[in-house]
Design a protein around this ligand. Structure first.
Ligand SMILES: [Ca+2]
Length: 397
């Protein structure tokens, strides 16, 4: 407010100087507009420390005997489809785990493999299932993230359609991204991480990697996607990301939100906005793994600031917003899986600021994915454990 008053007084001063000051006056007004834009993109505050709460949630292992359950989703009957990073897809129903045939051939390298899985919003009528994975298709040695869909019928994937394949391939094992969400308006969003090539991919919209993508559900590119420049990848919705492995459609705000891995420090939650640049690696709250500096810059006028950031990193994977009434103390808040510290992080936010961070379900393993089921319960995929149902406090008292 103080700044706006100062600007107004400057404008009056210039006006008082006569007609030939008009250009300065205009410049001041433009600056004021820019200031307003900055206000809608606030620099995030430092988070409070994560604490272990004095209440403890019991859990139930729903699907055991899994190695790296990477992504899962619920069928209309409440049964679960889950991927193993190593290449298998399972359908779990009535205590039985059945392998699904027709899974794509994967490039099993580093963080790559069989990754996310998500049912079409109208699965009940069309049986489409979307899958991300690392693929060796296309140019160059190695692999890159691909998106496909297929019909799921009688434990088989048929009618396969390849919808997107990141270019070019790389033998690096880092940062495949891969989360899939739907926005309820006929679009699918998915991510590809920077593929370990931060100085080339994230800031270049003619290249894949370090991006959030938006497609129509049949794989075509929406005509109103924001990136229309020559040679740009038209499926790009936002860029300057590092490795988003958690994504939600926030129904309350109508926005897609991602969480993404920073380097050493600097994991972020970002509100995904059309055509925006999220800064990696030009601005970051993190540093290199060896402690050397990537950049001193944390923010800049051309970049979208994160909603919040983690220092130190928790290595976030999986993301959910609690909307059910099963856990009143969590309702409306965010859940993020931590690979590094092996717990489920509960974040409470008020007015865009994180007010509370809690460690839930500690010690179950690296948390890969978290989903609220159609029954309102929270389910997490924990490495070495499987799919776990978090029990509400009232049921364990
Ligand atoms: Ca950023």
């Amino acid at each position: 407010m103080k700044r706006i008053l100062l600007l107004l007084s400057l404008i009056f001063t210039f006006s008082a100087c006569g007609e030939n000051q008009k250009s300065e006056e205009k410049a001041e007004v433009e600056e004021q507009t820019e200031t307003s834009d900055q206000d809608s993109n606030p620099v995030p505050e430092k988070q409070p420390e994560a604490v272990s709460p004095d209440r403890e949630y019991e859990h139930e292992v729903v699907i055991g005997d899994m190695s790296i359950p990477w992504g899962f989703d619920f069928l209309p009957d409440g049964s679960i489809l889950v991927t193993e990073k190593g290449g298998d897809i399972y359908h779990f129903k009535d205590g039985e785990k059945v392998a699904i045939s027709g899974a794509p051939e994967i490039y099993n390298q580093g963080q790559g493999g069989l990754l996310d899985i998500a049912l079409h919003p109208d699965f009940e009528t069309n049986n489409w299932v979307y899958i991300t994975y690392s693929s060796q298709e296309g140019e160059g040695e190695g692999g890159n993230t691909a998106l496909m869909r297929a019909k799921l019928e009688n434990n088989q994937l048929t009618n396969r359609e390849d919808l997107y394949k990141g270019e070019t391939n790389s033998t690096r094992g880092q940062h495949f991204g891969s989360r899939i969400v739907f926005d309820g308006e006929g679009h699918l969003f998915f991510t590809i991480g920077d593929r370990g090539n931060r100085d080339v991919n994230p800031q270049d919209i003619t290249r894949d990697g370090g991006k959030v993508y938006r497609l129509n559900l049949d794989g075509s590119v929406p005509s109103d996607n924001p990136v229309g420049e020559e040679n740009a990848k038209e499926a790009i919705y936002s860029y300057g990301h590092r490795n988003p492995q958690g994504m939600i459609f926030n129904e309350e705000t109508g926005e897609v939100w991602v969480n993404e891995h920073g380097p050493k420090g600097g994991d972020e939650i970002n509100v995904v906005k059309a055509g925006k640049n999220y800064g990696w690696p030009v601005v970051t709250y993190g540093e290199n793994y060896d402690g050397t500096t990537i950049t001193e810059e944390r923010t800049g006028p051309e970049f979208q600031n994160p909603l919040t950031y983690w220092v130190p990193s928790i290595a976030p994977s999986g993301f959910e917003k609690v909307t059910s009434d099963k856990y009143p103390e969590l309702k409306g808040n965010l859940l993020v899986g931590s690979l590094k510290f092996q717990y489920l992080e509960h974040l409470a936010m008020e007015n865009g600021k994180v007010t509370k961070r809690e460690k839930l379900l500690e010690g179950l393993g690296r948390m890969r994915d978290v989903q609220q089921g159609p029954d309102g319960f929270i389910y997490v995929a924990a490495e070495g454990t499987g799919i776990v149902k978090m029990l509400p406090l009232e049921e364990t008292e």
